[in-house]
Ligand binder design. Structure first.
Ligand code: GLC
Length: 415
């Protein structure tokens, strides 16, 4: 009788166990960290989730998601989505406001607002980030140079150290690496240049297309002058991990990247472990520091056959416990403000204390105002900027063309 009962119980619990799928990012150690988090949830919930890896480029990932969601696939239950996608993908996702009502108020209200489309919370914040400048502490000390505040200081210091290091035999040394490929990452970098020159946010929050201005022209012209000088010509094809590869192998003085890079530079086998500092992205002489706001959310597909279980996975992965684990293991910025006071989190990421201020004033890409058209706006922006960086177009001409393109997309700034 007892044995029968045990068999019956096992059969009943197995019959309720489901297998779902989550798509996680592929930059740095993302897949590994995602798998670890999922494994903890599997043990506790009794369900299974397979981790589907997606392209590292945010632009390519969006294209893949759009295909899958247009086909109403049930193959992926939980989607990791970029902070700029809610307006593009909202119709495909479940409203999480009610099922996760207890968790919502723990998170930064601005991210919850960003993820709320037509009154529905279409994704839960998973981690946030903002652009930062990484520098080689040891090299600045060796050449008695300060941490640069302005772009012109950075350019000068980068050039000086790179030249001296090359003379000393490090012939692969460069001054500055960043994300210059024609994709979403370039939009993030270029928005920092433009905004720090006082050149606005491409499209302002009232819908006005502002990008065709003198400050933006100066900012982009400056960036074009780096290519082949302090930045390798190949930077025109660099995404996050390419830029990190050069910096982490010891071949660059400065790098613009996201916070996740910190944990990797401090890894036991990193050649630059202990030699790295983090500072705000430089500004123009009379401008302000500008860091583009990034970050990723978890959304549940409307086409999922196990939406309740998928919501449970999202509840766990976005929880304080899991966000803390990811901050310690991978420098992923929590979306729960109280974790920025956590001693262990701060010890593992000494720059998080200052970064939280940067996050509060970080520059948003114009995704809320342009909504479903954001990707067209961003693609037009990064393609035009890429032309200037590659020396195929002058900045003023590119910005004028861009402005006209955006006007066509927006149908007269009404979006
Ligand atoms: C980072 C940011 C994301 C941004 C992407 C661009 O992953 O978190 O918001 O779109 O970089 O490459």
């Amino acid at each position: 009788m007892r044995i029968c009962l045990i068999i019956l119980c096992c059969w009943m619990s197995m019959s309720h166990a489901a297998t779902i799928a989550i798509s996680c990012g592929a930059v740095g150690r993302q897949v590994e960290l995602c798998r670890e988090g999922v494994a903890i949830w599997e043990k506790r919930s009794g369900h299974k989730a397979s981790v589907v890896s997606t392209p590292a480029s945010s632009s390519e990932r969006l294209a893949l998601y759009q295909q899958l969601l247009a086909a109403k696939t049930a193959d992926i239950d939980v989607f990791q989505i970029d902070v700029v996608w809610p307006g593009i993908l909202a119709p495909h996702f479940v409203d999480l406001a009610k099922p996760l009502v207890g968790q919502v108020k723990q998170h930064f209200p601005t991210i919850i607002a960003n993820n709320t489309v037509n009154g529905q919370l279409i994704a839960m914040p998973w981690y946030t980030d903002a652009g930062v400048l990484y520098y080689r502490k040891d090299l600045l000390e060796k050449y008695q140079q300060p941490i640069p505040e302005t772009w012109s200081d950075m350019t000068r210091i980068a050039k000086h150290i790179m030249t001296e290091e090359r003379k000393a035999g490090l012939d692969k040394m460069w001054g500055f690496t960043w994300q210059g490929r024609a994709y979403e990452g370039l939009t993030c970098n270029a928005l920092e240049w433009v905004n720090s020159y006082g050149g606005g946010q491409i499209v302002e929050s009232d819908g006005k297309i502002s990008i065709n201005n003198k400050q933006a022209e100066q900012a982009i012209t400056m960036a074009a002058s780096w290519v082949g000088d302090i930045s390798p010509p190949g930077v025109l094809n660099y995404a996050e991990e390419d830029a990190r590869g050069v910096f982490q192998s010891g071949h660059a003085v400065f790098m613009r990247n996201w916070p996740y890079v910190w944990a990797l530079t401090q890894h036991e086998d990193s050649p630059i472990r202990g030699k790295v500092g983090v500072a705000p992205v430089p500004k123009s002489g009379n401008g302000q520091h500008a860091a583009t706001l990034g970050g990723w959310q978890l959304a549940v597909s409307k086409y999922s056959k196990h939406a309740d279980i998928a919501i449970d996975l999202v509840r766990y992965l976005t929880s304080e416990e899991e966000q803390k684990r990811r901050a310690l293991a991978g420098s992923y910025n929590p979306t729960i403000p109280s974790l920025y006071q956590d001693k262990q989190v701060l010890a593992a990421n000494p720059f998080f204390g200052k970064l939280v201020k940067t996050l509060n004033v970080a520059i948003a890409r114009p995704s809320t105002v342009t909504g479903a058209k954001y990707n067209q706006v961003s693609a037009a922006f990064y393609n035009q900027i890429h032309q200037v960086l590659a020396g195929r177009q002058k900045a003023n001409v590119a910005l004028e063309q861009l402005s006209r393109q955006l006007l066509r997309v927006s149908k007269g700034e009404r979006w």
